[in-house]
Write a protein that binds this ligand. Structure first.
Ligand code: GTP
Ligand code: SPV
Ligand code: MN
Length: 648
């Protein structure tokens, strides 16, 4: 058996010892977190054919990985919340008894690291030493995970020092599930190929994470979705704070007033874009704090203070261009890992809608040659001489739709350094949040922006969120609208209805409810009958942010409607409305209206989702209250109010 390193923290020792015994790796390496160590691992992967080193003049410190075709996104069908009682996982999660699950998974882990190195990664979610920050240990057999964790979290000795002093941590185990026989050559992307052999398992009551069989993104970088959302949401409920699928940004007005905004949009629905957007409105400045996850804690003044627990961006590559998100492109200029994008002949990368010409030839995400289309310089096909239409008909993309870049946050040219380091006015409190946005991809009905009339109404709006399913998940319903409450559907660590209640509790227990953020619902994705977007989005979203700031300051009146407070057309600032993308005034008028018939259907769907949550609760044999009305009455109350107002 491999020699196990010695740790000062007995719990760390026990966790590592336990998994060395079960997984039987060839050796064990503890990650120190130095630059040299990071580079050495990347270079080792290049030698083994697991990384392509990119052109170091164009992309210093950058590498490309191609995943196995079966392992390209999160697997919701194989994600489990293993609370003792099924009812506590709730109707939206897959559940198994924790003891049964541990037994089942232990069989999988047995000998799973044979022929491989086990890495022990000490990591922090949040700036090291910040009172909101939490720590973790991820044991993994994937060097890809190590180098991605180095970018996405703070890793190494600085964290271990805190654990050495007895600091608490969330223990995580991860294996790609592909042991090597003696002398067997490794593959470019080891993983368990069958979907049923993959497990992404959270034990919220033990605070443990067990992941097996996948090496991709949120399945494998366990600090992200598994810890910072699923485990943390449960901790947050128990301790009175919030763990949310939200970006955090700082906005400065021309008068130099600062606002902090969080926004919860489902996967691949524009968080990274909004988080580092270049405002089209003159005089407004936007800075980034985080693009995916926010931890919010109530302060003594009743405000909610937020930190970004992450250290980098795991961003969707396709669509990222100088038009849509120049700051994201700049963020992946160096020290970035690209996964499943196109390799160009000069050792650079390319993806669909990158806004630049495709190379004449390249290597696609599957490692096959690809070629520039004959009639479109911005598309590539699997054979030479193809037209854009042929490529489209074949359903081919050269970069996978969920291809991603893993970029260090410090690369972001508009990073709000203080906020990112968890500081506000020099204090390590996180930043006070002025507005919370919910949103999703909704081609119809949902207006551009809608202000909640109260905190409870805002919670209702979040609970009612829906969106088209994106390629961020392996699923057969991509493109269909599904309910995705608070953009957290794949990430709830407990019962969705209890989660709604927890949001309501944030007001009930607040030291000063008047200081809670105002809540908005936005939709950048309305489409006309001809399928075009009715709102230009991206930098033009600054127009909506300005309206929100003015509402916060009580500077503008709104149209008070059945569904919430909507802007008056003339209050959306259309300064600098020129360039490639423009606001079309008639479209804007349309998306500021209440579509009463559409909303009646929408509200019925929301009611049906509540009924489903309740029905599943009452069917559960372990339900505390068999007649379980689990969805809070206060939300049912708003549902009834909106329904009635719409019928008037
Ligand atoms: P995760 O990292 O998966 O949680 O997602 P995210 O919310 O950070 O996704 P991201 O910002 O990378 O979303 C990318 C997709 O949203 C791309 O397809 C963009 O083109 C699209 N998008 C982002 N902002 C806008 C917008 O304002 N308008 C339109 N039409 N599309 C947008
Ligand atoms: C998401 O799907 O919301 C992501 C990507 O942010 S992953 O980390 O893979 O979950
Ligand atoms: Mn996400």
């Amino acid at each position: 058996m491999a020699k196990t390193p010695k740790f000062k923290n007995a719990k760390v020792q026990a966790w590592v010892d336990q998994w060395v015994k079960v997984c039987d790796p060839d050796k064990v390496v503890v990650i120190k977190g130095t630059k040299q160590e990071h580079t050495d691992i990347c270079e080792m992967m290049v030698k083994k054919g697991q990384f392509v080193k990119l052109n170091q003049k164009l992309r210093p410190g950058c590498y490309l990985a191609r995943s196995h075709e079966s392992d390209v996104a999160r697997v919701e069908g194989r994600t489990f919340i293993c609370s003792k009682k099924e009812i506590d996982a709730g109707p939206t999660n897959h559940w198994k008894d924790p003891d049964v699950m541990k037994k089942e998974m232990l069989k999988k882990y047995k000998g799973c690291m044979k022929g491989r190195t086990m890495y022990v990664i000490p990591f922090a979610m949040g700036p090291i030493g910040n009172p909101i920050t939490q720590y973790g240990i991820e044991v993994t057999d994937s060097p890809y995970v190590v180098v991605n964790m180095n970018i996405m979290t703070r890793t190494g000795d600085a964290v271990m020092k805190i654990l050495d002093k007895g600091g608490a941590f969330v223990p995580c185990i991860h294996s790609v599930g592909a042991p090597l026989k003696k002398g067997q050559k490794d593959v470019a992307w080891p993983c368990a190929k069958k979907i049923d052999d993959k497990y992404i398992t959270q034990f919220p009551e033990d605070g443990e994470i067990w992941s097996f069989g996948s090496g991709y993104g949120g399945n494998a970088l366990l600090g992200k979705k598994c810890f910072a959302l699923r485990i943390a949401s449960k901790l947050a409920k128990d301790q009175g704070w919030m763990a949310e699928h939200m970006l955090i940004l700082t906005l400065t007005s021309p008068e130099k007033k600062k606002y902090h905004v969080t926004a919860a949009f489902p996967s691949a629905c524009g968080k990274t874009n909004l988080a580092m957007m270049l405002p089209k409105l003159p005089g407004w400045k936007l800075e980034t704090i985080g693009d995916d996850i926010a931890w919010l804690k109530p302060g003594e003044d009743g405000r909610l203070y937020a930190i970004n627990p992450e250290n980098g961006f795991f961003g969707v590559a396709p669509g990222t261009s100088n038009d849509s998100n120049p700051n994201a492109l700049l963020s992946c200029k160096k020290n970035t890992i690209f996964t499943n994008v196109v390799l160009t002949p000069n050792g650079d990368i390319w993806w669909e809608d990158m806004g630049i010409d495709a190379p004449e030839e390249g290597i696609d995400w599957k490692g096959n040659p690809c070629y520039r289309c004959v009639d479109d310089t911005k598309r590539m096909g699997p054979k030479p001489g193809m037209t854009k239409a042929e490529v489209k008909a074949a359903g081919y993309v050269a970069a996978h739709k969920n291809s991603r870049f893993t970029a260090p946050a410090v690369n972001c040219p508009v990073l709000d350094k203080d906020g990112f380091n968890g500081k506000f006015n020099k204090k390590p409190t996180g930043v006070p949040i002025d507005a919370i946005l919910f949103g999703g991809r909704r081609p119809s009905t949902i207006p551009l922006v809608n202000e909640a009339k109260s905190w409870t109404h805002g919670v209702f709006m979040g609970s009612a969120a829906g969106s088209e399913v994106t390629a961020a998940v392996i699923a057969d319903n991509i493109g269909q609208v599904r309910r995705d409450p608070m953009a957290m559907l794949p990430f709830f660590g407990y019962n969705v209805a209890d989660y709604f209640q927890h949001w309501l509790e944030m007001e009930r227990t607040s030291a000063n409810p008047a200081n809670l953020p105002k809540i908005y619902f936005v939709n950048w994705f309305r489409k006309g009958e001809d399928g075009r977007f009715m709102w230009p989005g991206f930098g033009d979203n600054s127009r909506v942010l300005k309206w929100i700031c003015q509402r916060i300051d009580g500077k503008v009146a709104a149209n008070e409607t059945a569904i919430g407070n909507l802007p008056k057309f003339e209050d959306i600032d259309l300064a600098n409305n020129e360039g490639k993308f423009k606001v079309v005034e008639d479209d804007l008028k349309e998306i500021l209206k209440v579509d009463v018939e559409g909303w009646k259907k929408e509200i019925a769907t929301v009611g049906a989702s509540y009924d489903e949550y309740d029905a599943k609760a009452s069917k559960d044999s372990t339900a505390v209250n068999k007649a379980a009305r689990r969805v809070p009455a206060a939300l049912r109350g708003i549902l009834a109010q909106v329904t009635e107002a719409l019928s008037k």
